[in-house]
Design a protein around this ligand. Structure first.
Ligand SMILES: C[S@@+](CC[C@H](N)C(=O)[O-])C[C@H]1O[C@@H](n2cnc3c(N)ncnc32)[C@H](O)[C@@H]1O
Length: 248
């Protein structure tokens, strides 16, 4: 209704007019699409994430509110560094990278994604928000400029951590997101942990979103990949949500 009437919540509450025929038709069309499984974000074309709002498009993962906690972890990990270097791996719409740049303007923020559609959308979002984030296309951290090896303060990622079996049981509204944005499992978590190590500077931090049942395994994976520890952070519902490891 807010989208159709081009207003905000307060505008809705204070409105006394009836819907025009055009508005009623537009709302009816949107409701039909919603009832047949189109996510709300594909109808409105955007998703709020922390202090910003990003454009979303079919073919690119829709950012979830539970991922906002990962930005808190990354901001804390940056500590007092004067101009920290941060890399968001698997950036999708760019939500995490852009939120970090928005809240820590002095950070040098890089973002990567293997999907060209995601890279294009993240660049569009960066331009629209006027946030200077460099978005690069390729596998994990491979597309980063080589001079960043050993110089990154924080690698942050919401990787595709769902396993094949779990994928088959997902509700239809989650299956709207591209399969490659969802399926990777603990194998991808491990590949990312190993790939990130050489890029981290002394005391650098890797923070990754994980599935609610992956906490113990993910912490082991980080230790096995040479991180000093594998700490788990829970979300507001008390579920394991983020694994954090500090490089040597
Ligand atoms: C769960 S989505 C997260 C998107 C975004 N970070 C967010 O939280 O909204 C995972 C993203 O990782 C990307 N991806 C999957 N495999 C990748 C790889 N090997 N290297 C880089 N990106 C990858 C997908 O294209 C997708 O955009």
């Amino acid at each position: 209704m807010m989208m159709v009437l081009r207003t905000d919540r307060a505008g809705l509450y204070t409105r006394h007019d009836d819907l025009s025929a055009r508005e009623a038709k537009a709302l009816g069309r949107a409701l039909c699409q919603r009832c047949s499984g189109t996510p709300l974000q594909h109808l409105t074309g955007e998703q709020a994430f922390r202090r910003i709002s990003v454009l979303v498009r079919p073919g690119v993962f829709i950012p979830r509110p539970e991922t906002e906690i990962l930005v808190d972890v990354a901001l804390r990990a940056m500590g007092d560094a004067a101009a920290p270097v941060v890399v968001d791996v698997g950036t999708g719409t760019g939500a995490i990278a852009l939120a970090i740049k928005d809240e820590a303007p002095d950070a040098a923020v890089f973002a990567t994604d293997v999907s060209s559609e995601a890279v294009e959308l993240a660049r569009d979002n960066a331009a629209r928000l006027g946030l200077d984030v460099r978005v690069l296309e390729g596998d994990l951290l491979e597309p980063l400029p080589p001079e960043l090896q050993g110089a990154v303060d924080v690698v942050v990622s919401n990787p595709p951590y769902i396993g094949e079996e779990e994928y088959r049981d997902l509700p239809p509204d989650v299956l709207v997101d591209p399969r490659d944005a969802l399926v990777g499992g603990i194998d991808l978590v491990e590949r990312l942990a190993r790939a990130a190590r050489p890029w981290l500077g002394a005391g650098g931090v890797l923070a990754m979103e994980i599935g609610a049942t992956q906490g113990v395994e993910a912490a082991e994976v980080l230790k096995g990949a040479g991180y000093g520890d594998g700490r788990i952070e829970s979300d507001l519902t008390g579920r394991d949500r983020v694994v954090v490891g500090r490089g040597p």
